[in-house]
Design a protein around this ligand. Structure first.
Ligand SMILES: [Zn+2]
Length: 277
C-alpha cells in the first residue's frame, strides 16, 4: 500500500458501528488501491462488465452504443439511472457481440493458412482492406477512380468486390456447387463468413473446412483484383476456381502431412475426400 492509500481508524466509531468493515482492494488499472467501506458482511464482489477493445473497430459499434444508450428511459436519481443504463447496455452488447463479432479473428487464427492470407481475411472482416472506396474515404484516391476493376461500373467496396460484383461474386455459386453446399446470401463479408461456415451443418470439422475454403476464395479474389489493377492481366472465373482448389488443397496438406488426400478426388468432391459427407 502506498502512503496515499490508507485510512484512519477511530476507536469510538468502531464501537458504535461494529459490523462495518474497511478493506483495501488490489491495485487495478489505477495506481491507487481502492478503499471500500462496507456495512454488510456479505460481499459478493463487484460484477465485472466486459468491453472488448476490438469492438471499436467493428463498423457501426459506436452508433449502436450511442443509440442504445440514448434509447434507455429510466426514472429516478442520477446514480440509479446510470446503473440501470449500464445494466441495459451490458445485455445489449452481449447480443451485439454474438451477431457482429462472433470471435472471428480467433477462428481465422485457428486455421492453418499462410499468414498473409489470414491477415487479408482479418482486414476484410474489419473493412480495413485498401479497397477503392476505403481509399477515397481516406482521401488517397479521387472519387472519379472508385470503380470496380472488373469494369462492372459499380463502386469498389469490400461488400461489392467480395460478394455482389457480377464478375468476382460469380465465384460463390461455382464454389458452392464444387463443395456441394447451399449458396449463401449475406449483406456483409463477416455475415457471409459466418453463414458460409455453417452452410453444411454444424459439424466442427465441416465448419473449419468451409472456413478454409472461404479464406481461399477471399485470397484469390483479392490477388486477382490486384493483378488486374497493377499488372493489367486477368484470369477467368473458372481459372480462379482452379486456384481456390489448388490453394485449399495445398494448405490442408501442409497442415496434416499424413492426411491421405487424393488431389484428383479433391478436385471433384472435397467433402467426400475428407469424409465429411
Ligand atoms: Zn464489380
Amino acid at each position: 500500500m502506498s502512503r496515499l492509500d490508507r485510512f484512519l481508524l477511530y476507536g469510538d466509531w468502531c464501537l458504535s458501528w461494529p459490523n462495518y468493515t474497511q478493506v483495501a482492494r488490489m491495485r487495478g488499472l489505477s495506481d491507487h488501491c481502492p478503499l471500500v467501506l462496507a456495512a454488510n458482511e456479505e460481499d459478493w464482489g463487484p460484477r465485472p462488465s466486459r468491453m472488448l477493445k476490438c469492438w471499436r473497430d467493428v463498423p457501426g459499434y459506436k452508433v449502436f452504443v450511442r443509440d442504445k444508450w440514448n434509447s434507455f428511459q429510466f426514472e429516478g436519481w442520477g446514480g440509479f439511472v446510470l446503473k440501470e443504463k449500464f445494466k441495459g447496455i451490458k445485455t445489449a452488447l452481449k447480443e451485439w457481440h454474438t451477431t457482429h463479432t462472433r470471435n472471428l479473428p480467433s477462428r481465422i487464427e485457428a486455421l492453418k493458412v499462410p499468414l498473409k492470407v489470414s491477415i487479408c481475411a482479418w482486414r476484410l472482416l474489419r473493412d480495413r482492406l485498401p479497397t477503392k472506396a476505403n481509399l477515397v474515404t481516406r482521401g488517397i484516391l479521387s472519387e472519379a477512380n472508385h470503380h470496380c476493376v472488373s469494369g462492372c461500373g459499380e463502386i469498389e467496396t469490400a461488400q461489392h468486390l467480395f460478394l455482389s460484383c457480377s464478375t468476382f461474386g460469380a465465384l460463390w455459386p461455382l464454389v458452392s456447387s464444387w463443395i456441394g453446399s447451399p449458396l449463401v446470401i449475406a449483406q456483409t463479408p463477416s455475415d457471409h463468413f459466418v453463414q458460409f461456415s455453417d452452410s453444411a451443418g454444424g459439424l466442427r470439422a465441416r465448419r473449419s473446412f468451409l472456413q478454409l475454403i472461404w479464406l481461399a476464395v477471399v485470397w484469390v479474389v483479392w490477388t486477382e483484383r490486384n493483378h488486374r489493377l497493377f499488372r493489367g492481366s486477368g484470369n477467368s472465373v473458372h481459372h480462379m476456381l482452379d486456384k481456390i482448389k489448388t490453394f485449399s488443397y495445398r494448405w490442408l496438406k501442409a497442415t496434416s502431412a499424413n492426411l491421405a488426400l487424393n488431389c484428383h478426388s479433391w478436385w471433384s468432391s472435397p467433402m467426400l475426400c475428407l469424409s465429411l459427407v
